[in-house]
Write a protein that binds this ligand. Sequence first.
Ligand code: S3P
Length: 438
Amino acid sequence: MRLTAHRSATLSGTVPVPGDKSISHRALILGALAVGETRIEGLLEGEDVRATARIVGQLGAAVERQGPGRWTVQGRGIGGLLEPEDLLDFGNSGTAARLLLGVLAGHPFTAFATGDASLRRRPMGRVIDPLSAMGAQFVSRSGGRLPLAVTGAAEPAPQIWRMAVASAQVKSAILLAGLAAPGETTALEPEATRDHTERMLAAFGAEIRSEATKAGRAVTLTGQPELSATPVTVPADPSSAAFPLVAALLCDGSELLLPGVGVNPYRAGLLDSLVEMGAELSLENRRELAGEPLADLRVRHSTLSGIEVPPERAPSMIDEYPILAVAAAFAEGTSVFHGIGELRVKESDRLTAVAHGLAACGVEVEETEDSLTVHGRGPAGVAGGAEIAADLDHRIAMAFLVLGLAARDPVAIDDARTIETSFPGFAALMRTLGADIR
Ligand code: S3P
């Protein structure tokens, strides 16, 4: 499905941003490992989360959709999942793959797993290594890539694992395997990453603590707890909110309200960066729901200036660099994003995808192994007029559609179907706000 974004003015209205992808995966997974029925409200119904729902079902936990965003999971208890009869297909979802491999590492049966062409190029070694140390066995394709077979351990060995990369997926895989381990499992992360797994584990009754150490943040779980089914209300996804939000900043005369968006501090790096760039952005009605902070975001069209984003901010906005780069293209002055090498192993090599896409739209950029420099062209200076290959990367597709809304000439995405993984109905929703996307 090809989509083309044309220059648009005045986006306005209230934006029903879909549920948080990270929290949705975790709700289904912890629901499957708990005792009793977990009721979820506001679950993201994108393809990534549907993959997790399907797999949890293949593992014997009954998952049912009760209504829009309302799902139930019948938990089987820790260690209670069943050998799947068939291949597990993680689709496009790195989060489903890494987290569920952690779960499988704590179950003594063999499962076979694969994913789509994008996921099959992504590294799984980062979870295979710690999970192997805990006693799981893997046979994978070269480079630790999918497809793979995993045989879990009946009692994984507790570990203190020092993570090489700051990745919430890796941390979560270790903690989920640690649920079946006797004793304490510690994941030591070089920079603090999103803590949705920790918050939800605590809400389900696990004993979990985190402390700052010289080597980073140490997250320690006491194994073999009894997890009790707990209702989860999923906030709106800040990583999805980012696209209409930046669109409003760039399109003349716009004002949008985005209610109930998650503002977990480990996800809020984009908001900080946009405010530094001069965005008129306010967080209203801050509150807490099911253990996660949220707020209503109000955003108005703004004139932006270039900024430097330091490497330590990367984990708190790792998925937002494509759309921040688009904002930087319309800013006055230069922006530099440091320490973003991890973008190369996302759904696509996002560093190169963003650099090539911006260059095709008439924006001067410089790319190094782990940084990106964007020479802003000012509010009216971005040419557009390009076709961008989405390469099975939803965020590249959405970022360049937003660019097309404010560029001089239309921007086309060759295959925008990938957007369904995280933001079902994105184009239709943007049209209701006034965006010209065809
Ligand atoms: C996620 C963590 C991030 C992020 C991904 C979702 C999660 O990946 O890019 O979209 O839900 O834990 P890494 O932890 O590998 O950086």
